[in-house]
Design a protein around this ligand. Structure first.
Ligand SMILES: Nc1ncnc2c1ncn2[C@@H]1O[C@H](COP(=O)(O)OP(=O)(O)OP(=O)(O)O)[C@@H](O)[C@H]1O
Ligand SMILES: [Mg+2]
Length: 275
């Protein structure tokens, strides 16, 4: 498959809906017929649990195992460690081992490239790879930014502090300048939006003040306990409450991601023609 898109879902702020977005955007894309791989890049293993693995720490193979094999120059067998979810997405799980692995990365040559090299082997089988980052800007998140084509930043409207965003943008800009020039920012996804208190204008204005002209996705994910329930069940919102407002919002986000991609592809094609 040509043109696999790799999206890092990231925000160093905890609990803003990164994992929930990885699951539901992933399943959303799979429902349109795309082949999707979800990568859990968080030692908490929340994405792994959200996709039905009750005890991630007992898994024999995880993202840390795969990345270690890449460092050790070992061949990775087809489908190695990949979990197939009934809703049509594949998962590379994670668990607590990623914590120690990340510390050990410090001593590895080309330590920023390990995830990219790991995904390079898998890319051909997928249309989309979504990386669920941990809430930090450490080496694992840098690896995700190096591996990615673009970044999606989920954020609760109330948490959109200019300072937090500034730190994130600084990491992204640094990776873009030094390692991965093609990295794009898809935009900020507003999550857990409470329509009664959310003042979209104030938020957008404060974002503009960061000077980065950040795009905000038209799709907004409403606050709903139904969304919180899905992670316990190991299902997406589509399977849990398919006609609810959160499913509807994630469906809209899926469409927006696909539309943006289409636009991006057309643009690069016409740029090629000019050259
Ligand atoms: N739209 C929503 N409405 C209500 N609750 C939500 C919604 N989206 C996510 N949640 C809940 O909020 C909590 C945090 O969400 P999630 O785990 O997706 O965030 P995260 O950014 O991945 O967190 P972490 O930084 O710890 O990885 C979870 O309990 C989740 O079920
Ligand atoms: Mg998470």
């Amino acid at each position: 498959m040509e043109d696999c898109k790799i999206i890092a879902i990231t925000n160093q702020k905890g609990g803003v809906g990164k994992t929930t977005t990885a699951v539901n955007l992933g399943v959303g894309l799979a429902r349109t017929g795309k082949k999707v791989l979800l990568v859990d890049a968080d030692p908490q293993g929340s994405l792994t649990v959200s996709l039905g693995v009750k005890t991630p720490d007992e898994l024999p193979i995880s993202i840390a195992t795969l990345m270690q094999d890449i460092i050790d120059d070992k061949a990775i067998p087809e489908d190695y460690g990949i979990i197939h979810h009934p809703e049509g997405v594949d998962l590379i799980p994670s668990n607590i081992e990623l914590s120690a692995f990340e510390v050990g990365l410090i001593n590895v040559m080309s330590r920023e490239y390990v995830l990219r090299d790991t995904l390079e082997l898998l890319k051909q089988n997928y249309d989309h790879i979504l990386i669920d980052c941990m809430p930090s800007l450490g080496m694992m998140t840098i690896n995700a930014l190096v591996a990615a084509d673009s970044v999606m930043i989920p954020s609760q409207a109330s948490y959109l502090s200019t300072k937090g965003l500034y730190l994130l943008m600084r990491s992204i800009t640094k990776v873009k300048r030094q390692i991965n020039p093609k990295l794009r920012i898809d935009g900020v996804l507003l999550t857990m939006v409470d329509s009664r208190t959310n003042n979209a204008k104030t938020i957008i204005n404060s974002l503009r003040q960061t000077g980065d002209n950040l795009r905000i996705f038209d799709a907004e994910i409403p606050f709903s306990v139904r969304a919180a329930e899905t992670s316990i069940e190991g299902k997406s919102i589509f399977a849990h409450d398919g006609s609810g407002k959160v499913a509807c919002a994630y469906e809209q986000l899926t469409k927006e991601v696909l539309d943006n991609e289409q636009r991006q592809n057309n643009r690069s094609r016409s740029e090629e023609r000019i050259r």
